[in-house]
Design a protein around this ligand. Structure first.
Ligand code: ADP
Ligand code: MG
Length: 263
């Protein structure tokens, strides 16, 4: 029997391996494992409180976890305190470097209110990536055009709709030239008529081959865009597969009950 490991699989862009996390006695992630390959779009769905945001925050090093390992582009961006994947604490500067690998956009876009759209997009590259102002500006112009806001570069956040602000937030994350993008319910705070323009931006990014993990309650979007759907329930992944398969043949009643609410 040939048991040799043929290492022909490409390295995944994101590897989440046996990650568990608790807040005090509340275990919110239970032995989570999955890989995301380059260019793949993984959509996470699940009830409120099931651990979706916590997982994204672990991937982007905003939270510590107790066991397991997370790699982005081959580098450990998360560390466990005690588990076998633990590497001990990383320095502030290495954390800043690792965070640039994953861009994250939240429900509340949190743009700097006293800076224009283009200034919001230019800040990170200048301050963190040490880009020249001219280079940062040229890239910001390109990104604002990409998200359909080329004509809004000099507007302040208060002069933009929620959907436009969220698109600036996406451009701002892209300006750091991340390897992956993490989106946490980016349309949940928007008026319904503004949701589609933001989802279109995500669709465009997916077509360009961006590796993404998207938390959303937009089921049709999930079906259209996801290469893979993960259903979270109480900190565990209880459905995992191409969305067409999961929706057609769910393994759990919990998934059926959850999606019924969106029909
Ligand atoms: P979701 O994004 O799926 O709604 P979260 O990841 O936000 O879920 O939350 C998962 C669980 O972790 C919830 O029980 C929540 O109350 C808890 N939790 C999240 N953040 C914290 C925190 N900073 N401190 C304590 N508990 C937290
Ligand atoms: Mg959440």
């Amino acid at each position: 029997m040939n048991t040799a490991i043929t290492n022909s699989d490409p390295q995944p862009m994101i590897r989440v391996n046996a990650v568990s996390k608790s807040f005090g006695s509340n275990q919110v992630l239970r032995d989570i494992s999955f890989d995301v390959n380059e260019g793949e779009v993984v959509v996470l769905i699940g009830p409120s409180g099931s651990g979706k945001s916590t997982l994204l925050r672990c991937i982007n090093f905003l939270e510590e976890f107790q066991s397991g390992q997370i790699l982005v582009d081959g580098e450990a961006v998360g560390y466990s305190q005690t588990g076998p994947g633990g590497r001990g604490r990383q320095t502030e500067s290495s954390i800043a470097h690792l965070r640039t690998k994953a861009g994250m956009v939240f429900q509340n876009y949190n743009l700097f209110p006293h800076k224009t759209a283009i200034e919001n997009v230019m800040m990170g590259p200048i301050l963190v990536n040490k880009e020249s102002k001219a280079a940062a500006r040229a890239h910001a112009v390109e990104l604002l055009e990409k998200v359909g806001l080329g004509d809004r570069a000099n507007h302040f956040p208060s002069q933009l709709s929620g959907g436009q602000q969220q698109r600036v937030a996406i451009a701002r994350a892209l300006a750091m030239r991340p390897k992956v993008m993490l989106f946490d319910e980016v349309t949940s705070a928007l008026d319904p008529e503004l949701v589609d323009e933001v989802l279109k931006t995500l669709r465009d990014l997916s077509k360009e081959g961006m590796t993404m993990i998207i938390v959303t309650h937009e089921m049709q979007f999930a079906k259209d865009v996801a290469d893979r759907l993960l259903f979270f329930y109480q900190g565990a992944i209880i459905e995992d597969g191409p969305p067409a398969d999961v929706f057609a043949n769910p393994k759990t009643d919990r998934f059926r009950a959850f999606v019924k609410r969106f029909q």
